[in-house]
Design a protein around this ligand. Structure first.
Ligand code: ACO
Length: 371
């Protein structure tokens, strides 16, 4: 076993999510992601992740209502967001704002299971508002009150753009949110569980997770993918560009995965959506470039596209600003993070591994004037 990066180390038992890397299967609480992507909604998946089963009609109506009425941000938080430097990346804004929300949450000091469900609900409802408000604030636009008659995906696009989205855009984002909602002990979820295991509060654990997701080896990769595609600019230029990356031993963002050694099942849906949205726009260039990159990386490295590869062109074709791609990932993954925090609290033991010491020993202290 390669200890570096805790590869293949099983660090928790969990009922929330199963990733089978050899079969390319992703399961949320017993349900295959392909089934959920086609038939479910993000709100229903949130319930499934938190409560371990599908909601009945009344339960679904209740969670739907709670996820709609809790979308607003405290005025003090919006005021503070207006003070942030306009060039601040979306993930930094999200991290700081979520941390700030703990100061205004009525349940901050209450770690009971019911209070934690309320906090998880508020956070999941508030994430899209933070992301959309930040984009409007930095562009000197008025923020828009959330629309309670839209689901989470449609309301986000409304608050971002100022118009109610068409059905295809809203449905595409809803599916993307379902696909990103959980992924077992990925780096950001592990960070959330490590924090929660100290019995710190939900907001602290989610803040740790946001910081972890931002890195380019994790959720930050979707932004790197679109920057690369836009830089290449044309299907004919893909091959020389990627070959040069290989020669320079650079990694191609959106490829490879610690667990999947076959097609990432999320990429299957995002690839289809990328093509459909491209056709709708009457411009398949991004999709064709992506296919070419995929072909070259497979031929040379034997690596498959991961979730971040095609989500990049999907979000771009939905008109979302590039630095909001990773915050959108977070808007979905907060459902999984909070589910894992709830599970950790329910059966907690401090997570405290050991390090193998490889430093020197038996050194004698020498005063600074003699060094
Ligand atoms: N492009 C080119 N080569 C790659 C890539 C890539 N994207 N990914 C892995 N490799 C190569 C490595 O260079 C290494 O080769 P070597 O053994 O000759 O040195 C080998 O494959 C193993 O790679 P590691 O980085 O050791 O694999 P690890 O399991 O640690 O990393 C990771 C997985 C971080 C996802 C990696 O594949 C990567 O950096 N991909 C690009 C970034 C990315 O897309 N991240 C998003 C992942 S999905 C998510 O977090 C939501």
């Amino acid at each position: 076993m390669n200890k570096a990066g805790l590869e293949d180390v099983v660090a928790a038992t969990s009922t929330i999510c199963d990733v089978n890397g050899t079969q390319g299967r992703l399961i949320y609480q017993g349900y295959d992601i392909h089934d959920l992507a086609v038939n479910s909604t993000f709100e229903e998946v949130v319930y499934l992740l938190w409560f371990g089963r599908m909601p009945n009609k009344q339960e679904f109506e209740a969670i739907n209502r709670e996820l709609r009425v809790n979308r607003k941000l405290p005025a003090e938080v919006i005021k503070m967001m207006r003070e942030f430097p306009k060039q601040t990346p979306g993930m930094d804004v999200l991290r700081t704002t979520v941390s700030m929300l703990s100061m205004f949450d009525p349940d901050t000091l209450n770690n009971d299971p019911e209070a934690n469900i309320r906090k998880a609900t508020r956070l999941t409802a508030q994430f899209p508002t933070i992301v959309a408000y930040w984009d409007r604030i930095r562009n000197n636009k008025e923020v828009l009150a959330p629309k309670e008659d839209c689901n989470l995906a449609a309301n986000f696009l409304y608050m971002l753009n100022g118009t109610v989205p068409d059905d295809v855009s809203a449905k595409s984002l809803d599916i993307a949110l379902i696909l990103h909602a959980d992924h077992e002990l990925n780096a950001s979820t592990f960070a959330a569980r490590v924090a929660a295991a100290t019995l710190t509060d939900m907001h602290a654990a989610i803040t740790a997770a946001i910081g972890t997701l931002a890195g380019p080896l994790h959720g930050g990769a979707n932004q790197e993918v679109i920057k690369m595609l836009l830089k290449i600019g044309d299907v004919e230029k893909v091959e020389p560009y990627i070959k040069k990356m290989f020669e320079e031993h650079k990694k191609v963002s959106g490829f490879g995965h610690r667990v999947y050694k076959t097609e990432d099942p999320r990429a299957t849906h995002l690839r289809r959506m990328s093509e459909e949205l491209g056709k709708r726009e009457g411009d398949l260039k991004l999709f064709q470039m992506s296919r070419k990159v995929e072909e070259l990386v497979m031929a040379d490295k034997g690596l498959y596209a991961n979730v971040d590869f095609y989500s990049a062109s999907v979000y771009y074709l939905l008109g979302i600003p590039i630095d909001l791609f990773t915050p959108i990932f977070a808007m979905s993954r907060v459902a999984g993070w909070t589910a894992h925090v709830l599970e950790q609290y329910a059966n907690n033991r401090l997570i405290r591994p050991r390090a193998e010491y490889t430093g020197p020993s038996n050194l004698q202290y020498v005063g600074i004037e003699k060094r």
